[in-house]
Design a protein around this ligand. Sequence first.
Ligand code: FE2
Ligand code: FE2
Length: 147
Amino acid sequence: MTDAQFSQLEAELFDEYPLPLAGLHGAKHWRKVDHYGRLLSVRSGADLEVVRRFALFHDSQRFTEGCDPEHGLRAAHRARQYCADELNREQMQLLWLACEGHSRGMCSDDPTVGTCWDADRLDLGRLGITPCTAYMSTLYGQQLSGP
Ligand SMILES: [Fe+2]
Ligand SMILES: [Fe+2]
């Protein structure tokens, strides 16, 4: 995914985002997740095509800044609508798993899913939460987390 494609998709998701873009789960967070995702992918071997799309989709379907347990599932559905023509079957499955499960507190052995989840958690500092090493899936995520 080129930066131009990333920006195009980001703009489309911004337009439909129901919460304030400047909010806790808005634009700044999406870009931070993309930043961490690209950083982690260098060492984790994750599929960047999936990771960059995860950064944009995973919180894009939130209805509230608070507890919203179904937002990952809605994100997975939205990602499938958008990306089915761009990604192959395996990539689409990884993007689905990453979006759908991202807020359940799990870790993953899959380098792409694990990178997505670590990238999201590495930005927990914006909520006043220190990213916990025990909840990192990748080695690099573990090294970047903690107090
Ligand atoms: Fe989320
Ligand atoms: Fe997030």
